[in-house]
Write a protein that binds this ligand. Structure first.
Ligand code: 3PY
Ligand code: MG
Length: 265
């Protein structure tokens, strides 16, 4: 069981990061498999399943992983915390990477790396589920080479340690969580995103990533925040959540039909 070579061959799975350059991601908080499949076909480059604040439990994770694997959509999981079991389960369910929240120190980042990688770099345990639905499970070496280990920079502690975190073997993406970072720093969200100075919070994250040759991604959540993130030089952005999509879609329909339903005086 669980043979690494089950499913389609490795050559059908070229190495490419889930959260790649110039990519737009969708942040999914709901656990509806059909909706996830439908949204996967709309053109976003990747989907992040939010198991920290969304309605995604371990069982929904497997259902969503199978459905997104079926349609060939790259997905990552924002795990509920710095949690070895959740990180392993997310990767077992076919996630191309994990986004680990609430990192507050270098030791937290080390913990995330240990859970994400098979030995010798980490302590991930073998047991991918994807062969059960005829999907691809790379062998341990290839999995280690392909996985994205994104640690969230969203606390003052992570920002203080950002240089060492970026230097850590295995961390290949710093993921800006602007909402929590602004709370943690006691700054307004708009002020945080408007600060483009090299020694500002986002400037420090970008500089650390550049120095250690890793990438930066960010959560916008609402597309109205995308221009500010792009202006800061971030090109891998979760541009909307499913919740924002529904609200924007509803507003668009109401606007479109406004003339046909004149308001009574
Ligand atoms: C943040 O902005 O804090 C996030 O974690 C995005 O969900
Ligand atoms: Mg957060």
């Amino acid at each position: 069981m669980y043979a690494p070579s089950s499913g389609p061959g490795a050559d059908e799975h070229p190495e490419r990061p889930a959260i790649g350059p110039d990519s737009r991601g969708l942040w999914l908080m709901g656990n509806d498999v059909d909706l996830a499949r439908r949204l996967a076909g709309t053109g976003f480059d990747w989907i992040a399943l939010d198991a920290q604040h969304g309605a995604i439990d371990r069982s929904a994770l497997v259902d969503l992983g199978r459905a997104l694997g079926d349609v060939g959509t790259n997905f990552v999981v924002r795990v509920p915390g710095i949690d070895h079991a959740w990180i392993g389960a997310s990767l077992d369910a076919g996630a191309a990477g994990v986004v680990v929240p609430s990192i507050a120190s270098l030791e937290d980042a080390r913990h995330a790396v240990r859970a994400t990688y098979y030995p010798p770099l980490g302590e991930r345990s073998w047991g991918p589920l994807t062969p059960m639905w005829d999907g691809y499970a790379p062998d341990a070496e290839r999995a280690n080479a392909q996985v994205q280990c994104a640690v969230m920079i969203e606390t003052a502690g992570a920002l203080d340690a950002v240089e060492q975190i970026a230097a850590l073997d295995g961390v290949n993406l710093l993921f800006l969580g602007p909402v929590d970072l602004s709370l943690s720093l006691g700054l307004g969200l708009d002020a945080l995103l408007a600060d483009d100075s090299p020694d500002g919070p986002v400037g420090r994250i970008l500089a650390a990533a550049r120095r250690h040759d890793i990438e930066v991604a960010a959560f916008a959540g609402d597309p109205s925040r995308v221009p500010a993130l792009r202006a800061l030089g971030i090109d891998r952005i979760a541009v909307a959540t499913d919740i924002a999509l529904v609200a924007l879609g509803a507003r668009a329909v109401l606007d479109l039909t406004e003339d046909t339903y004149p308001r009574s005086p």
